[in-house]
Every structure is written in structure tokens, then in C-alpha cells.
Ligand binder design. Structure first.
Ligand SMILES: C[S@@+](CC[C@H](N)C(=O)[O-])C[C@H]1O[C@@H](n2cnc3c(N)ncnc32)[C@H](O)[C@@H]1O
Length: 331
């Protein structure tokens, strides 16, 4: 979770690029998916230039209730709006979407892990059906007792259904992630209580998360893909620029999705940890201190081995990818 002022500024900068690519629509949507207490949407609204802020409709999408005192301009919903023109941004949402866990038994068969309210576990039925297909395609388990996988199908469905709401603009999911070549052999299921790691006991006392198979989420948005069926294209994640069906019934172009590190994404938004020139310290000491703080925060957000390793799944809808070189700068 990093609703730091600099992170919000980066997202505001991205929203401005989306705005430019959309030709500055009269209403520009910003949707904060899994908004928590609405910190990111609040920070983004505060960081936007006045002319863009005046046209933005900010939404927080959250299953928890609206916090008291939240900016009245922000619409609080428990599902994304039907049609979004702008930016839908999901910061650490998908890792919170529940998944089943599979474990290989002594005969080499992947079975569902059943867990009691006190956290004790036992193996249940063999994994079957759409879950089995998902494992075979995205997280194949060798027949070695004790290996585990988190079955990402509900995340694929959650992500593709959110992306489908973006009529024109961009959808971005940011999470700790892995891809088919880097799956952790025992999974990543973890509990968090008051910001500290704890055992993932499902008794309501902690948040339970698991890293996200973002390559599978990307493929679930490919034209013609239907998560949970064999209609997920076998290989290319969202690489075809052909049209897909919008909930309103209108077809719209869905260009290729890209998966990149947070480090690369923030660099593409001109945010890096470079220190300000020393000369600034004598000409404008206050600006120098501000720039130094900014550089420190940027270094933290882009650090390899730390927050810089977060993955950004970037899914444009009807616009060029604003994080690619050559994307038009905001006006
Ligand atoms: C890990 S928190 C991230 C909060 C915030 N985005 C941040 O980065 O600090 C995940 C949030 O997603 C919310 N959430 C989980 N599933 C959701 C769903 N299906 N629809 C809306 N919100 C959801 C949770 O209530 C939680 O507030």
C-alpha cells in the first residue's frame, strides 16, 4: 500500500496523459478500485492541474463503507461504474480478491486445501473443472508432495470484468505479482494485522493476501477470452488489437496489455530517484529541500528488490499505451 503523495502525483500524471490521449473529454473518470479509505483518489484529485481537476469525476470502489469526512466530490460505490472514460486504477486490489489454494498430496494429485477458522488445514477434493484447467495453463504443479499453488481464476474474472467497464482510456493493476516462469513453489498466502505479517488465519482478525498471477489476468482480457473456460487464448496475453465486446453492446478496440515493473512505469512518468542539482541549494534552499524529499520518496518507490519490483499491468482501451515512449505529453 503506498498512497504516498508522490505515488498519487505519479497517478495524476498518468491520468493527465490519458486525458490528452482521449482529447480532453468534458468528463474524465478516475476510478480507484479497492480504494481502502480513499487515500489514492483523494491524493490524485489534489495533485491534478486545476483545468483537469475541474473535469474529473472521482470514484472510489470499495466493499467497505465510505469513511466519514471524505471529499464530497468523490462518489463511493461497491462496483465500478458501468462505463468509464478515463483511468481505472487498482492498487493492491487483486491480491485481496480471495483464491483457493491447491496442494499436491502424497500420490502427486493437487487437492484443494480446506482451512478451519483456527487456521488448521486438511486436504479436500482433487482440483477439478475450470480450476484444474487454470492450474494446467498458468501454474502447473509437478507431482511432488507439498507443492502449492493459488488458483487465480477469481482474479482473472474480477480483472476482466473491471477492464470491460473501460469504454475508452486505461486500466492499470498494481500488485506484487509473479508470472508463469516465476511462480513460488509453495505460494505466497500471508496474513497482515496492523501492517505486520501474521499467519493467514481466516477468522476475520487479519487481511489475507496472495501475490497475483498478473499474466493470467492479462490473458483474461484478450479478445474472445472467457475466464474459467477454455476460451482463454493459449499464449499471447492481450496482444491482439482486434475489437472486443463492451457491456453496452458496442465493440471497442482493446490494444495490447503490457506488464512492467513499477520502476519502469514510474520512470516512464519521469519519476526517478535523481538528486536535485546542488546549485539549487544556494539559489532556492526551500525548493532544494522539497526536491530532495521528492527524490528520496522516488528512490523508495522505484527501488529494485523493494517497491520498484511491484508489477503494473497496463491495459489501454481505444488509446495508445500512455507509458510507451512517444506517448503524447499532456497539453
Ligand atoms: C490491500 S487493500 C488496498 C487498499 C488501497 N488500494 C491501497 O493501496 O492502500 C485492498 C482493498 O480492496 C478492497 N476490496 C477487496 N475486494 C473488493 C471488491 N470485490 N470490490 C471492491 N473492493 C474490494 C478491500 O476491502 C480493501 O480495502
Amino acid at each position: 500500500m503506498h498512497a504516498s503523495p508522490l505515488f498519487a502525483r505519479a497517478v495524476a500524471r498518468l491520468l493527465c496523459r490519458v486525458d490528452a490521449a482521449l482529447g480532453q473529454p468534458a468528463v474524465l473518470d478516475f476510478v480507484d478500485m479497492g480504494a481502502g479509505h480513499g487515500e489514492l483518489v483523494t491524493g490524485v484529485l489534489a495533485a491534478l492541474p486545476a483545468d483537469v481537476a475541474a473535469r474529473v469525476h472521482g470514484y472510489a470502489v470499495e466493499i467497505a463503507g465510505r469513511p466519514a469526512g471524505l471529499d464530497r466530490r468523490i462518489t463511493w460505490l461497491n462496483e465500478p461504474p458501468e462505463s468509464v472514460t478515463g483511468l481505472l486504477f487498482a492498487n493492491e486490489w487483486l491480491d485481496n480478491v480471495p483464491v483457493d489454494v491447491a496442494e499436491v498430496d502424497s500420490a502427486g494429485v493437487p487437492r484443494l486445501v480446506l482451512v478451519a477458522a483456527d487456521g488448521s488445514e486438511q486436504l479436500g477434493k482433487p482440483v477439478a473443472g475450470a480450476d484444474q484447467d487454470w492450474l494446467a495453463r498458468w501454474w502447473p504443479l509437478p507431482a511432488e508432495e507439498g507443492l502449492r499453488a493459488e488458483i487465480g481464476l477469481p482474479r482473472d474474472q474480477a480483472w476482466s470484468s473491471a477492464v470491460r467497464r473501460v469504454a475508452r482510456g486505461l486500466a492499470v493493476a498494481v500488485d506484487y505479482a509473479h508470472t508463469v516462469d516465476t511462480r513460488p513453489p509453495f505460494g505466497t498466502l500471508t496474513g497482515f494485522r496492523e501492517g505486520r505479517e501474521t499467519a493467514p488465519v481466516p477468522d476475520g482478525s487479519c487481511d489475507i493476501t496472495a501475490h497475483v498471477a498478473l499474466d493470467a489476468c492479462a490473458a483474461a482480457c484478450a479478445p474472445g477470452a472467457v475466464p474459467g473456460t477454455r476460451r482463454t487464448p493459449p499464449d499471447a496475453p492481450c496482444t491482439s488489437p482486434t475489437g472486443t465486446q463492451h457491456p453496452s453492446g458496442t465493440a471497442r478496440a482493446l490494444p495490447a496489455a503490457r506488464l512492467l515493473t513499477q520502476r519502469a512505469a514510474l520512470h516512464a512518468l519521469d519519476i526517478n530517484g535523481a538528486r536535485p542539482p546542488l546549485a539549487l541549494a544556494s539559489t532556492d534552499p526551500a525548493a532544494y529541500v522539497r526536491a530532495l524529499t521528492f527524490a528520496g520518496e522516488a528512490a523508495e518507490l522505484t527501488a529494485p528488490g523493494g517497491l520498484g519490483d511491484f508489477a503494473w499491468l497496463v491495459q489501454p482501451a481505444g488509446i495508445p499505451n500512455p507509458l510507451e515512449p512517444g506517448a503524447p505529453p499532456p497539453a
